[in-house]
Design a protein around this ligand. Structure first.
Ligand SMILES: [Zn+2]
Length: 422
């Protein structure tokens, strides 16, 4: 039997198999079960997260011999034809290559004919934002009053480019990037079934490389299997994506937050020599700092759902949470955002990265005004009122000469005080 790529073999067949889009699948299932099915749907979301897959499942749900049903049988002719992409009643149109007004006119003619075998005639238009304005306008008439046997499912990566008049005639669903932990879980399930031996960090690396897209994750897995066989390590995966290992990334953040600039720059040197993707590194650093910020801000127990992290990553966040408070992390994150932007347009990536990391490290270790104020309050409460009265002359002293401020500053000896613009 011919080899079937994993992305195709493991393509979800039912709503419940679709990973990470519960908010969409639940609504669609409810609509089918309650019989309130709109005539046009718009799926918006980044590439490779399952828009077309979802459209096909929905088409099966509508046209299954036992349908409309939220659980299509996958056995009847209709289900099988739709899954195979050769149903007469479900037309998949690529908006990118059929974007002219003539094609839309053809479509309008096709709409008039009743379905051949199923209950509905379903038009799935992928990359619908590629349609020309004239084509959109030609489509508008049909969308306003389609025959009852017609359903439209539009998919696009760029929701902003769809005319408001079209959007207002559709039920819109925004599909999300799939959380890393969810991709890891799905990959683990597939690898077990396919008898692939792969460790946790390698699974995580595949998910990191895919950046929220299940299709990319499975394509990468396919590539790795044909390249390395059925035993895969983190090293194998990192080599394919140019990513740094989870542990290196985490120790880079550790050095940064503790002001260990020498160790930090040595790591950068090692990454650069190993040909790692330094632009990608900044994006991943930002993700880690973001997770740390969320972890510290909303607390360990509440954070689990909000974090895009595996349990192992959460353990590291727990350990690093004491290294910098949210105010400092925010400054680090701001530096990384600027670095990400500037690295896009530069050839001297390494130098820019080093400068950015030194800035991040300074931002993480310099004393913040918040901290000084907090210390001041502690001191004020500890000082007897008489001492305060003596220390506060009738005329206002410049803040740096206030004895209590001075004492607070002395407590931070060795650190630099942040200059703030009021
Ligand atoms: Zn069926």
């Amino acid at each position: 039997m011919a080899y079937e790529v994993l992305a195709r073999k493991w393509r979800p067949k039912q709503f419940e198999d679709v990973v990470g889009q519960d908010h969409v699948t639940r609504t669609l299932r409810n609509a089918i079960e309650s019989g309130r099915i709109a005539h046009a749907f718009l799926f918006v979301g980044p590439r490779g997260i399952g828009k077309t897959t979802l459209a096909r499942i929905f088409a099966k749900a509508l046209n299954c011999a036992q349908g409309p049903t939220a659980t299509p049988c996958d056995a009847c002719d209709m289900c099988r034809e739709i899954a195979g992409g050769n149903s007469f009643d479900v037309l998949e149109i690529d908006g990118a290559s059929n974007n002219g007004v003539d094609q839309v006119r053809d479509l309008r003619d096709a709409v008039r004919f009743a379905p051949v075998r199923g209950k509905f005639k379903i038009f799935i238009i992928d990359e619908v934002h590629m349609l020309s304005t004239a084509a959109f306008n030609a489509l508008l008439k049909t969308l306003e009053e389609p025959p009852p046997h017609v359903k439209f499912i539009f998919a696009t990566t760029e929701g902003d480019k769809i005319l408001p008049t079209i959007i207002s005639r559709c039920q819109r669903f925004d599909l999300r990037r799939i959380a890393t932990a969810m991709i890891v879980e799905r990959l683990r399930h597939i690898c077990t079934a396919e008898q692939i031996t792969i460790d946790e960090d390698a699974l995580l690396a595949v998910a990191r490389g895919a950046d929220g897209g299940m299709r990319d994750a499975l394509s990468a897995l396919d590539q790795l299997i044909s390249f390395k066989g059925d035993t895969l390590t983190e090293e194998d995966v990192l080599a394919v994506f140019g990513l740094v290992s989870r542990k290196s990334l985490e120790s880079l953040v550790g050095h940064m937050l503790q002001g260990e600039m020498g160790a930090m720059l040595q790591l950068v040197n090692a990454f650069d020599s190993a040909g790692k993707d330094l632009r990608r590194l900044v994006v991943e650093l930002l993700g880690h700092v973001r997770n740390l910020l969320v972890y510290e801000t909303i607390g360990a127990s509440a954070a689990a759902a909000a974090l895009d992290a595996t349990p192992e990553q959460v353990r590291v966040l727990e350990a690093q949470a004491s290294l910098a408070d949210p105010a400092r992390l925010l400054r680090v994150a701001e530096q990384l955002v600027m670095a990400e932007e500037s690295l896009r347009h530069t050839l001297s990536v390494r130098t820019r990265l080093e400068i950015a990391l030194v800035r991040c490290s300074r931002a993480a270790t310099m004393v913040t005004i918040d901290e000084i104020v907090r210390q001041l309050n502690v001191l004020r409460q500890a000082s007897p009122p008489a001492a305060l009265a003596a220390a506060a002359p009738a005329t206002r002293t410049p803040v740096m000469e206030d004895p209590i401020v001075r004492r607070a500053l002395e407590m931070f000896e060795g650190s630099k005080v942040v200059e703030v613009e009021e």
